[in-house]
Design a protein around this ligand. Structure first.
Ligand code: PMP
Length: 433
């Protein structure tokens, strides 16, 4: 149980607000959706993070997805320390980037070559440019409720029901930047067919999170993704799977292997960097040959493929393989489902657990699991804020938003999951009272 005040966190965050917009380096961390002051974190190990007041939290955020082995995994720390001693960046090819590329090519369906970048946003931004360059077309199709980083052309308000022309959902994105973006609803083959009938010849790419995990967890039907594959093939458009969350988390072959559907381009981030700033995108040799220096699509990065970040990623993937990681995570996920189901059954607000592998999310709906953004309850945030804070007080950290998912890592034990269930039971009882 977490006791005491947050004196140090409050003091640090007051300083943060003076010099960092909102006190943070990335918006959701500011607790805008749940209220209150975020704990300022001093250290982390395994499944636990510790704040500057010395309070410990059982962590299901995992740095928003990268830490599939848990925090400060001894193998990662040792490998990164050794890599640092040999220099942090060379601006030249290094063995680690070649080995990590080989690992990706070997693991992921339909990828012959890969290019490393430093974030998921960069990976998607570059993939979209590559798709436009390779097809000579401009239009990019995305889906309501899918997030692809803060790429200008993909920061488009979620339309619903029918295909809509995009309106920028951020100031600073000129309308002209999103004029070639189309937004479709998830889980709707008819809308996708209608858009391809109308302007299939102009479509460069369809970009989708094959397991949408940024607006809750909206697990798609295989047939829907297969339809997108078929429509792209027929129109000569490219299918981009944004596997920034799912890549190397669902398994070595990501969502592509899970669904048995091969995208033309795949993007990666999070797990592939083992907690360091890494992204990547990959495709067939033919498509990747369009990239500079071989081709005419420009893309570059000073710290791309640096030996420290590559070492963290490589060690993560090798450890997952060696320690039977994905099978163990699935077993933990099954335990989570069995343990939380009876707790959620007693929730004062109807709730459904959505889970795929080591990703999970509570949908505050009676008739879940939802498959599209339109099914979500926009008011869920208010109830979730109570649950979130009641959990945090008990030393359990979920993401500070009703629409962000949670992650299991190999550092979590069955006992940790039992602790989550107990804390959730208490939180729900408190919220009801
Ligand atoms: N794509 C997806 C599917 C993501 O979940 C994210 C980040 N949550 C991104 C892209 C952007 O990655 P980054 O935050 O590393 O830029």
């Amino acid at each position: 149980m977490v006791k005491g005040k947050h004196v140090q966190s409050e003091a640090w965050f007051a300083r943060a607000r003076k010099v960092l917009p909102g006190g943070v380096s990335s918006p959701v961390r500011a607790f805008g959706a749940v209220g209150g002051t975020p704990p300022v974190i001093r250290s982390a190990s395994g499944a636990t993070v510790v704040d500057v007041d010395g309070r410990e939290y059982l962590d299901f955020v995992g740095s928003w997805g990268p830490l599939i082995l848990g925090h400060a995994h001894p193998k990662i720390i040792a490998a990164v320390e050794a890599a640092c001693r040999r220099g942090t960046s060379y601006g030249a090819p290094c063995p680690q980037e070649i080995e990590l590329a080989e690992e990706v090519v070997l693991s992921y369906p339909a990828i012959d070559q890969v290019r490393f970048v430093s974030s998921g946003t960069e990976a998607v931004m570059s993939a979209v440019r590559l798709a436009r360059g390779a097809t000579g077309r401009d239009v990019v199709v995305k889906f309501a409720g899918c997030y692809h980083g803060h790429v200008d052309s993909l920061l488009v308000a979620a339309g619903s029901g029918l295909a809509t022309f995009g309106n920028p959902s951020s100031a600073g994105v000129p309308e002209s930047f999103v004029r070639a973006t189309r937004v479709l609803p998830l889980d709707d083959e008819g809308a996708a067919r209608a858009l391809f009938d109308a302007e299939g010849d102009a479509i460069a790419a369809v970009v989708i999170e094959p397991v949408p995990a940024n607006n809750g967890l909206l697990i798609q039907r295989q047939e829907f993704l297969a339809t997108l594959r078929e429509l792209c093939d027929r129109a000569g458009a490219l299918l981009i799977f944004d596997e920034v969350i799912t890549g190397f988390r669902l398994g070595a072959g990501g969502a592509a292997a899970h669904y048995g559907i091969r995208p033309d381009i795949a993007t990666f981030g999070k797990v592939i960097g083992g907690g360091m700033p890494v992204g990547a995108f990959g495709a067939s040799r033919e498509i990747m040959s369009r990239l500079a220096p071989e081709g005419d699509v420009y893309q570059a990065g000073t710290l791309s493929g640096n030996p420290v970040a590559m070492t963290a990623g490589l060690t993560t993937l090798r450890t997952l393989h060696k320690e039977d990681g994905w099978r163990r995570l699935e077993a933990l996920g099954v335990h989570l489902e069995q343990t939380l189901a009876p707790v959620l059954a007693e929730s004062p607000v109807p709730a459904t657990l959505c889970r795929l592998g080591s990703m999970f999310w509570i949908a505050w709906l009676a008739d879940g699991p939802p498959r599209s953004a339109a099914e979500l309850d926009a008011e869920a945030d208010r109830f979730y804020a109570k649950i979130f804070h009641a959990l945090l007080e008990q030393g359990v950290a979920l993401a500070p938003s009703a629409f962000e998912i949670a992650f299991l890592s190999l550092a979590h034990t069955r006992a940790d999951i039992d602790r989550l269930a107990l804390a959730l039971r208490n939180a729900l009882a408190r919220a009801a009272g």
